[in-house]
Every structure is written in structure tokens, then in C-alpha cells.
Design a binder for this molecule. Structure first.
Ligand SMILES: C[S@@+](CC[C@H](N)C(=O)[O-])C[C@H]1O[C@@H](n2cnc3c(N)ncnc32)[C@H](O)[C@@H]1O
Length: 268
């Protein structure tokens, strides 16, 4: 269906994820759902932030991601930790795994680099790949929340974008396990309030022995969804009994919740 989704989780950005994005409240939240329904599929599993701890705990989970770089780093970490998951390189709207699941979960991956049509198709693929009575757990950052650039929804707020880059050489660097250093910068390029889409750019640098030896630029366009849109999309994809949680606790969200989590059931 149309163009392949384009995310920015490649090359140095993928390395950054593997090195530094290894914890967070999402891990315990999604684990409870996986414990209740296996086998499970981690869609947009990235470098295995959730998947690898689950496998280490003996849970039966496969992973898939559109980025071959993220999957490769996930596979390397899995090997280091003595587990060997089934990992697929697939965009979620073309999901075609080898088995059916009791739980499919998506953490931080929905609406990235895809079209709205592909997002709706992804929800239908999740429905198809679940067993009857099984559960989809999908999170989404509220378009108006926390770090989201809400001011860009207004013409005045958009006037200042994109802002000039700071020199990459001056960005804060973090030391990776092999002693090299990495830095990431990002900026908003555009927000289209009519289409509810956000375009961002990311620059990454790699330093060895204090010298900048590699630099990369990536772009990402992402679709912004409000709660009621996602509820409608889930219903149209065939899900029912949708419960919404806020910020990775099993309680209803409030207007101050940054993340919403949709827990949806495929009918028996
Ligand atoms: C923010 S990272 C989250 C990774 C992981 N779920 C976690 O929480 O650590 C988003 C991931 O979604 C993947 N992704 C983006 N668009 C995708 C798509 N259309 N299909 C599958 N994976 C996708 C990216 O490659 C990236 O690994």
C-alpha cells in the first residue's frame, strides 16, 4: 500500500537507542499485559527495550520493526543476553508474522513515518494477527502534551520554525560502551494542523578520541492522533471493549496525561 514508512531509527540514531534507551515505566506496564496473554508480539520493538527483559523473564514474545538497523541491534543485544527471539523486519501495516498472538503491543511506534491509510491498515493487521478474545495494547502521545510543540498548531507559533541548528560540535555528547561518543539534535520543521502531522529533522554525530568521525541527518513525519480518533479507528478495525489508561498506570487518563494507552479486545 503506497510508499514504505520512513522513520529515523537508522544508523547513529539506532545506535543511540541501543546505548541509552534501556529503561522507563513502559517496561513494567506492558509486561503485565504480556504475562496475561502469550504468545505476544512486540510491534516496533526497536532495539528490544521491552522485548529483551520479557524474554529474560521467560515470556514468549516475538518482535518486529520496520528498521533493519534497530532489529540488528536488538538481535545483538539478545545474543549477548543469551536469548534468541523471532525478529521480523516488517512495517506494521504489512505485518505477516508466522503465528497468531494472545497479545500484540505497540510502544512508541504508532503513526511514525506512515500515512493515515497505513495506520488504519496496521490496526486491521493487528486484528487479523490476534487470536479471538485476544488483546491489543497500543500507546500514543497526546498531541497537546508535555514535550509536544503545541504552539505550532497556531500560525503565529509556526512562524519561527525551523529554527537554526546549533553547531553539532557543541551538542551534548554521551559516552557509549565502546568509548566512542554520540550526540543527537532534533528540530521541528513543520506542523500541518489540517493534516495533523508533524515533520522533524534529527542530526547525529559520532566522535572517536575526541574527533567527529561520522555525521548523519534523518527526517521523520509523524501523524498526530487524539483520543477519540483512535477509539474510532480501533472500532473500525473490529476491536471492542476498549479501555484507556494514562501514563502507563492502570487508571483512566486525565487532561494532564502525556501518554494514553489503548487496551482493546478482539471479539471471541
Ligand atoms: C520510539 S522507537 C520505540 C522502540 C521500542 N518500542 C521501545 O519502546 O523502546 C519507535 C520504533 O518504531 C519503529 N517504527 C516506526 N515506524 C514503523 C512502522 N511503520 N512499522 C514498524 N515499526 C516502525 C522504528 O523503527 C523504531 O524502532
Amino acid at each position: 500500500m503506497g510508499e514504505a514508512p520512513r522513520t529515523w531509527h537508522y544508523g547513529l540514531v539506532a545506535r543511540w537507542w541501543a546505548e541509552f534507551n534501556v529503561d522507563g515505566p513502559e517496561i513494567d506496564y506492558f509486561r503485565r499485559h504480556v504475562e496475561e496473554g502469550q504468545p505476544a508480539l512486540d510491534v516496533a520493538c526497536g532495539t528490544g527495550r521491552l522485548l529483551i527483559p520479557y524474554l529474560r523473564a521467560g515470556l514468549d514474545v516475538d518482535g518486529c520493526d520496520v528498521s533493519a538497523d534497530m532489529i540488528e541491534l536488538c538481535r545483538e543485544r539478545a545474543a549477548r543476553e543469551g536469548v534468541s527471539p523471532t525478529l521480523l523486519v516488517q512495517p506494521m501495516h504489512e505485518l505477516d508474522p508466522p503465528r497468531r498472538y494472545r497479545t500484540i503491543y505497540v510502544c512508541g511506534g504508532f503513526g511514525l513515518g506512515s500515512t493515515r491509510g497505513q495506520d488504519a491498515q496496521a490496526l486491521r493487521r493487528f486484528h487479523e494477527c490476534l487470536e479471538p478474545g485476544a488483546t491489543l495494547v497500543l500507546d500514543n502521545e497526546n498531541p497537546y502534551a508535555g514535550g509536544s510543540p503545541w504552539r505550532y498548531w497556531q500560525a503565529d507559533g509556526r512562524a519561527g520554525i525551523p529554527r537554526e541548528w546549533e553547531p553539532l560540535e557543541e551538542a551534548e555528547r554521551r559516552r557509549a560502551a565502546d568509548g566512542s561518543e554520540l550526540a543527537l539534535q532534533s528540530r521541528v520543521v513543520d506542523l500541518d494542523p489540517l493534516q495533523q502531522s508533524l515533520s522533524c529533522e534529527m542530526r547525529a554525530g559520532l566522535w572517536r578520541d575526541g574527533e567527529l568521525v561520522q555525521r548523519e541527518e534523518q527526517t521523520l513525519r509523524l501523524n498526530l492522533y487524539f483520543m477519540h480518533e483512535l477509539l474510532l479507528l480501533l472500532e473500525r478495525a473490529g476491536f471492542e471493549d476498549v479501555v484507556v489508561h494514562g501514563d502507563y498506570v492502570e487508571e483512566p487518563p486525565t487532561g494532564d496525561s502525556t501518554f494514553l494507552v489503548f487496551v482493546a479486545r478482539k471479539p471471541d
